[in-house]
Design a protein around this ligand. Structure first.
Ligand code: UFG
Length: 339
């Protein structure tokens, strides 16, 4: 069964390609390499022993998208990762984000709507909840006004898919709302490749651990949380990748209850920034240098998933711990810096 993975050389995309291939799916990757490296293809091939079919296409080029689907009418499922994802950049370049994330989604849905099998998995985010009033966060928590154009593209993206599903009953879609994906493949053949100074916690921790950064700034120590630092639901990227395969199988096997469904993907456990640092210290045997500084604008206090729906309805749950994820991120950091 042929599956298209857009953004398949990116962080979550590449791990999902591995899990799809492990399950025997034939994978076709589209990526424009704007925030990924062609070397990832070798990493995937080393892990699975199978080189996925790759086409360098920019999804903003509608004619190229149309032509691609003309060639691949036998695609039975699409997992759509390709998108820009830097929150700060989206504030500065809103139109770029709307073009990259929304324009391309429309082209994808138009193309998928012409296929015989129309199964579509969408990368969404817990950012749609903002600071939820109740923790843990269920899928029924209200969607809050987005804090950034990036977050808005995820909200609008979900709405576009939901509206399309209403008028096209051949189209079946699942939106997956990720909490905080971290870690790398245990083989250290693929992982996260942040460009420039990392904005996210775990890459900043591992780069500090390896000596590329002086110390970690912990943004805020006066939040209303047990230790004063923000709480997030850090999920191992391999667990996250497996959820995509399960969601896809749900659609392929007609097990979905509605033609548009939403699931939270998290561990259900909140960890503070200090707990993440302690995890790094445990798995690396180092003592990370850090300093508590002022709050970062736009950060919410705490977010972690209620995983009941993902566990009971989707039939998926996480298997790996924060320490597993941190250990894999650290192994990956050491591998790429020693190259
Ligand atoms: N943090 C630090 N120091 C750093 C980096 C982060 O203390 O150098 C803290 C943040 O303040 C936050 C926590 O670590 O409390 C996690 O921060 P990340 O940037 O790793 O993750 P966020 O929760 O802010 O962002 C993630 C995704 C976004 C998404 C957002 C909301 O990276 O794509 O969740 O869902 F929009």
């Amino acid at each position: 069964m042929k599956i298209l993975v857009t953004g398949g050389l990116g962080f979550i995309g590449s791990h999902t390609v591995v899990e799809l291939q492990n399950k025997g799916f034939e994978v076709v990757i589209i990526d424009n390499l704007s925030n990924s490296s062609i070397d990832v293809l070798d990493g995937i091939t080393t892990i699975t022993g199978v080189k996925p079919h790759f086409e360098k296409i920019d999804l903003k080029e509608k004619a190229d998208v149309v032509q691609f689907f003309e060639k691949h009418k036998d695609i039975v499922g699409v997992i759509h990762f390709a998108a820009s994802k830097a929150v700060g950049e989206s504030v500065k370049e809103p139109l770029m984000y709307y073009e990259n994330n929304i324009g391309t989604l429309v082209y994808m849905l138009q193309a998928v709507s012409k296929l015989e099998k129309q199964n579509f998995i969408f990368s969404s985010s817990c950012t749609v909840y903002g600071q939820a009033d109740e923790l843990p966060i269920t899928e029924n928590a209200p969607v809050k006004p987005a804090e950034s154009p990036y977050g808005n593209t995820k909200q609008i993206g979900e709405e576009i898919i939901r509206d399309t599903c209403k008028v096209n009953d051949k189209l079946k879609s699942i939106a997956l709302r990720y909490f905080n994906p971290i870690g790398a493949h245990p083989s250290a053949e693929i992982g996260e490749l942040p460009i420039g100074v990392p904005q996210n916690l775990v890459p900043y921790i591992t780069q500090t651990g390896i000596g590329m950064r002086e110390q970690l700034s912990v943004f805020g120590g006066d939040y209303e949380t047990p230790d004063g630092t923000c709480v997030r639901d850090y999920i191992h990227v391999v667990d996250l990748a497996k959820a995509h395969v399960i969601a896809l199988e749900r659609l392929l096997e007609d097990k979905n209850l509605e033609n548009y469904e939403v699931f939270n993907l998290g561990t259900g456990k909140g960890s503070s920034v200090l707990e993440a640092i302690h995890s790094f210290d445990r798995v690396s045997g180092k003592k990370l240098k850090y300093q508590i500084v002022g709050r970062r604008e736009g950060d919410i206090t705490a977010a972690y998933a209620d995983t009941t729906r993902a566990n009971d309805v989707l039939g998926w749950k996480t298997e790996l711990s924060l320490d597993d994820a941190m250990a894999s991120a650290w192994k990956w950091e050491q591998k790429i810096r020693n190259k």
